[in-house]
Design a binder for this molecule. Structure first.
Ligand SMILES: CC(C)(COP(=O)(O)OP(=O)(O)OC[C@H]1O[C@@H](n2cnc3c(N)ncnc32)[C@H](O)[C@@H]1OP(=O)(O)O)[C@@H](O)C(=O)NCCC(=O)NCCS
Length: 212
């Protein structure tokens, strides 16, 4: 897999992010959920603007592809919210302690035209490297059923399962998963997918870090 590039998402990307997320939610969850469950999943999925404000959301493009077509988007969190969009319940913007708490992987979506080409893996690696650079040693996330195969392939293990996080009786599970950070593994995935040297990725991640 090669031929992708990444950059940090900006406010002006929001319409493209929302459209990509909606397509991924509606098309890529079909093998895993009923139509009613897909509707319900929108309560606990989608755009979290805080990630964009935090410089912690990534846009993936295919090298040489049209500028306005993204292969995927996803991010990571240094705040307590585990999953969900700006509209979801149970958010917490409290900062995590990298010494004792795992960083979050957040809002991962691949454009349905680009699945199984390593875009999800690349997004995970970018989040993992960014978290490692800020002193975290573990990652956690709230997985959809559609996301689980990717996360298992990337070394995450399930630690608990909430059967009905939306609280509407439609039982769309969210599975909490964890893994230790593998910095070298992340660097290697990024280099293979983008051809970018680790020092350059680290420099660009540092540039994206807000001063708060
Ligand atoms: C989950 C998601 C981001 C995965 O995206 P992706 O870019 O296709 O994943 P990758 O190409 O990086 O997959 C890497 C590996 O993960 C595993 N994997 C990913 N998707 C899989 C699937 N649908 N079935 C089985 N294995 C899968 C495979 O091992 C794959 O490697 P391979 O293609 O060489 O066999 C995408 O399916 C998606 O957007 N789903 C809908 C939204 C969603 O549920 N997001 C997760 C929120 S927690």
């Amino acid at each position: 897999m090669s031929g992708f590039s990444w950059r940090i998402a900006e406010e002006t990307d929001i319409p493209a992010i929302s459209a990509l997320q909606l397509r991924a939610i509606e098309e890529l969850q079909r093998p895993f959920l009923t139509p009613a469950q897909i509707e319900s999943s929108k309560k606990t999925m989608g755009l979290d603007r805080q990630l964009i404000d935090d410089g912690a959301y990534f846009m993936i493009s295919e090298e040489g592809g049209p500028e306005n077509v993204f292969a995927g988007c996803g991010g990571w969190g240094r705040r307590a919210t585990l999953f969900g969009g700006s509209h979801s319940e149970g958010r917490s913007d409290a900062f995590l302690d990298p010494k004792t708490e795992p960083a979050r992987i957040r809002a991962m979506y691949t454009n349905p035209d680009f699945t199984r080409r390593g875009v999800g893996k690349l997004l995970l690696a970018l989040g993992e490297l960014a978290a490692s650079e800020e002193g975290f040693s573990k990652m956690t996330l709230g997985a959809t059923l559609a996301g689980m195969p990717l996360y298992e392939a990337a070394g995450f293990r399930a630690i608990s399962r909430d059967e009905d996080p939306a609280g509407d009786g439609l039982n769309v599970p969210v599975i909490t998963m964890e893994k230790p950070i593998d910095r070298d593994g992340a660097v290697s995935v990024i280099a293979t997918a983008t051809g970018e040297a680790a020092a350059e990725t680290v420099r660009r991640l540092a540039q994206a870090r807000p001063s708060y």
